[in-house]
Structure formats: C-alpha cells, structure tokens
Design a binder for this molecule. Structure first.
Ligand SMILES: [Zn+2]
Length: 373
C-alpha cells in the first residue's frame, strides 16, 4: 500500500512570483498523477494531511524559531528576511501543513508497514532555529522522529542536487539514523557543505555519509556514486525503514544547479531505492520531494517516482493537455522519457576520475570507523 499526500492548500507555501520555487509544481504533479490514472489502483490512497501542531514542531525546532514563523514577521536572525526565505502571510500554516503531511505519513508507516509519498516535503535545509534554502520546517526530520517511535535503524537517502544539511545536522550525533546525501559539491553550490569528512560526531560518528559530485556529473556519475556506497551501507546498517528525499534539481534542464542528470538517471536511482528498501527494509519507504524548479521536468519526474515506488513503469504517451499547458505557460517542451544528453567523453572522464578519488577517500574513512568497505 502507498499513500499519496496532497491538498491544494500546499500551494499556500509561496515565497512570491519572483521566487524560483513555484507552488504550481505541486498542483501540476498532482494533476499529472490523476490524469495518468495512477490513483485508480487498489494499492493507492490519496490522503489530505493535517497540520503539524506547535508541539509536533518542537520535536525538531526551537520554540523561539517556531514563534518567529508563527508571527509571520521578517526576521534576519531566524532566516526569514532574505531572498531565499522571505516571511509571507500564511507561512506558518502552509509550512506546518507540509511538515504535518510527512509526520502523518511516517505514522502510517509505523502502524501499517506501508509506503508513503509527500512530494511537497523534503525541505531538507531547514535548521532547528532558522529557515534556510527555501525550507521553513524540516518535515523530513519530523518524519524521522515519528518513525523512531517504532524503528531503531532509519536510513535517510537524499539525491537532491543540494546537500541535505539540515537533516544531517539534526541527526549528527544519532547512530540510529544513517544519513546519506549524494549532491553537487559544496565547493560550488549552496549550502557549501556535504564533504566526505563530515561523518557525524560522538555516538553518531560514521552515521553521516556524503558523496559530493563534481560539476557536470551525469547519470553515470550518479550511478557510480550510488552503487559504490549505498548498497554496502544497506547491508551493513540493516535499516528497518528508508526515508528518501527525491529532489530532482540535478536534472540537466534545472538552472539552479550544475549537474547533468537525465530522467533516465533519476528513474534508475528511484528504482534502486525501491529495490533496496524491498530487499533490506521490509519495503517501508517514506518518500519526499525536495528541490526541482522546472515545470517541464518536475511534475513528470515526481509522477514517475510515484509510479516506481508502486513498482510500475511510466506510460509511453504524455496527456495532450499537459504538453499544451507547458508549452503555453513555460514556452518550453515538456521533458519525458527518454531524454538522453550528449556529454563529451573528455568531460565524462574528468568527472568520473574526480569522483573515483572522492569515493576512495570516503571508503577509507568509513572503513577506519566501521570496518566496512
Ligand atoms: Zn536542491
């Protein structure tokens, strides 16, 4: 069984017309899932979430910060006064609705051994006491805390183009949560963290894992990073449940980042996460959205992710209204499978060579701590 979390009220999470994160991506994802007929299966139920309460939020966030968001006033010290995260009317309710969806999805997994997808979630940059990188409340962390009521070993995998710094920080000392983030190197991209040396602290030492990718990393680089690192971590950690942040801003058409993933590459990663969760974590997956800023890519990618989480493939044809809508509103052709990208052999070799060095360094560090690799 898989639960899909959506309500049009998610659209209230809106930083304004000039902001790169446009809420239309959520409504369009939902529409595309509906139009493809994915909700008609007996294995699927759409759920309208409830709001995370003030007390729910305190599992992750400081009360002073929650108060600041609730006041809806700009505040520099809480990260609510800049271009990335300006305070807006409704910021508190829309943020705690998204957080509530991930929390409720986690509770369903605790009770029913199912999977769930909240594509409005995955707001992985939010910190305990400040907003960051378009993220107000850290719904992923709220979900993980809810899962900890039953599960002692939770694997968080983050394939967003940006480092999952908020989730890493919140569980940095916790050996019951293994965080793994594959992302564009912080040398070039926000938030400037996520290097192999960030491994956790105290009892959590060795339970934060980062694979920074060179600029222009393609499907092949993602596949190498994933296969070299993630399956051995599943075997070693034996997670009881998987939390997957499925941001799709690594796609080559996404202008916010410098990576060159295609939809085929994204499909491969989501399929592998599903497979590994089935083999090693009793099939329990809490899937979240995340970054992804192109309307011609994101709704398709998340509709596909939903279908892959159900163990199904995408239909071959796009709905005609979808093609018309994207062409008339975005003035670009919607991207769908297959979407191959030409990369020069010399550039591919440079990227893979650099990445192999990174993976070697990471494995050396992890083998010193845990004796794996
Ligand atoms: Zn991102």
């Amino acid at each position: 069984m898989i639960y899909l979390y959506y309500t049009d009220q998610f659209m209230g999470y809106n930083f304004g017309p000039e902001h790169p994160m446009q809420p239309a991506r959520l409504m369009l994802t939902n529409r595309l899932i509906e139009e493809f007929g994915f909700l008609s299966g007996l294995d699927v139920e759409r759920v309208i979430p409830y709001y995370a309460s003030y007390d729910d939020l305190l599992a992750v966030h400081d009360s002073h910060y929650v108060d600041a968001v609730r006041s809806e006033e700009p505040s520099r010290s809480f990260g609510l006064d800049d271009y990335d995260n300006p305070a807006f009317p409704g910021i508190y309710d829309s943020s705690r609705l998204i957080a509530g969806a991930s929390r409720e999805a986690a509770e369903r997994i605790v009770q029913e051994d199912c999977s769930a997808f909240n594509f409005a979630g995955g707001l992985h940059h939010a910190m305990p006491s400040r907003a960051s990188g378009f993220c107000v409340f850290n719904d992923a962390a709220l979900g993980i805390f809810a899962l900890q009521k039953r599960f002692g070993r939770i694997l968080y995998i983050d394939i967003d183009a940006h480092h999952g710094d908020g989730v890493q920080q919140i569980f940095y000392s916790d050996p019951r949560v293994l965080t793994v983030s594959i992302h564009e190197t912080g040398k070039h991209l926000f938030p400037g963290t996520g290097f192999v040396e960030e491994l956790g602290q105290g009892e959590g030492m060795g339970y934060s894992v980062n694979v920074p990718l060179p600029v222009n990393a393609s499907d092949q680089a993602f596949r190498l990073a994933f296969e070299e690192v993630v399956p051995p971590l599943f075997d070693w950690f034996r997670p009881e449940v998987v939390v997957a942040q499925l941001g799709v801003d690594a796609h080559y058409a996404d202008r916010m980042t410098g990576l060159k993933m295609t939809l085929s590459g994204y499909q491969y990663l989501v399929k592998r996460i599903r497979e590994l969760a089935d083999q090693r974590a009793a099939g329990r997956v809490l899937a979240l959205g995340g970054g992804g800023y192109n309307l011609e890519v994101v709704p398709y990618a998340w509709a596909m992710a939903f279908q892959l989480l159900r163990g199904r493939e995408m239909p071959l044809d796009l709905p005609a209204w979808w093609v018309d809508f994207i062409q008339s509103h975005v003035h670009r052709t919607p991207v769908c499978l297959p979407d191959p990208l030409e990369i020069s052999p010399a550039e591919e070799a440079r990227v893979l060579g650099e990445l192999e060095g990174t993976i070697h360094d990471l494995k050396s560090l992890l083998s010193e701590i845990h004796g794996i690799f």
